[in-house]
Design a protein. Structure first.
Length: 277
């Protein structure tokens, strides 16, 4: 299989703290440094959250701006994907950074249970976020925690609601949401291939499922996500030393399945993104 594989690195997220793993980057400076190392290891997309200095999640556009500028300066061509996830803010606050015109932004098109709460994505907020992404020409990365999210994204894209090319990420292994189940994964892939054959898809596994889902996705011809947001360990005995180490692990799987790791320029072409300015 010769199709390049896009590796996305989710560098920080909203949950992990340095008390979980000292390598989790919290400050903007730490995030830029960690992203550069992951970029050098093969990541072509940086999935970005920002934190306050005490580690609390935030949707502060100023922090997002500094992170975006730093990644663009130190990782030429890398795709910057900003998170509109619900742990970092409420309502339209979640899309306050879209005016920065990132290459991509995450978008959840439905609600589901999380470990201790409901991840709420009401239809009016989803529609507003999608509209803002269209206004600022940011391609959505659909974060699908359930089959209904995949089908809804396909429907929204066909209706012209979603900007750009359809890109769906299967998120598997979140407690109380879809587990990392191989039969379900295979069904997801079949649905994408049948219902949206022109789309691209990727997959992310949470915790110990990260490396498992990485391998499923790479072997099946999709793209994949890794990083300390989703998993802070190499195995049950060892913490991951860095985001870059997790990227290197995914890149080794690409070699195993004879798939080149996509450069940022190749990833931009695959995903139909605008060229670097």
């Amino acid at each position: 299989m010769s199709k390049p594989c896009i590796i996305c690195v989710a560098i920080t997220g909203s949950v992990p703290q340095k008390s979980d793993n000292a390598a989790v980057p919290i400050t903007v400076g730490e995030q830029i440094e960690a992203t550069h190392a992951a970029f050098e290891a093969g990541a072509s997309i940086a999935h970005c959250h920002v934190r306050q200095d005490d580690g609390t999640p935030t949707s502060d556009p100023e922090r997002f701006a500094r992170l975006k500028d730093g990644i663009e300066a130190h990782c030429p061509g890398m795709i910057v994907q900003l998170s509109t996830g619900g742990r970092s803010g409420a309502g339209k606050e979640r899309g306050g950074m879209l005016g920065l015109r990132p290459d991509m932004a995450s978008l959840s098109v439905g609600s589901n249970n999380f470990p201790t709460r409901v991840y709420e994505n009401p239809p009016d907020l989803v529609a507003w976020l999608a509209s803002e992404m269209r206004t600022y020409e940011g391609v959505p990365e659909i974060e699908a925690f359930d089959l209904s999210h995949i089908l809804r994204a396909i429907e929204m894209h066909a209706a012209g609601v979603l900007y750009g090319q359809l890109y769906v990420q299967f998120v598997m292994g979140v407690k109380n949401a879809m587990p990392a189940d191989r039969a379900v994964f295979d069904f997801y892939v079949d649905q994408m291939n049948t219902r949206a054959p022109e789309a691209e898809w990727c997959a992310a596994g949470i915790g110990a499922a990260q490396i498992v889902v990485n391998e499923w996705a790479i072997a099946a011809g999709g793209h994949t996500r890794t990083g300390l947001e989703d998993n802070v360990r190499l195995d049950k005995h060892r913490l991951a030393p860095s985001n870059a180490a997790l990227v290197e692990r995914a890149a080794a799987l690409c070699e195993k399945y004879e798939r080149p790791v996509a450069t940022s320029q190749e990833a931009r072409v695959i995903l139909g993104l605008r060229p670097v300015q």
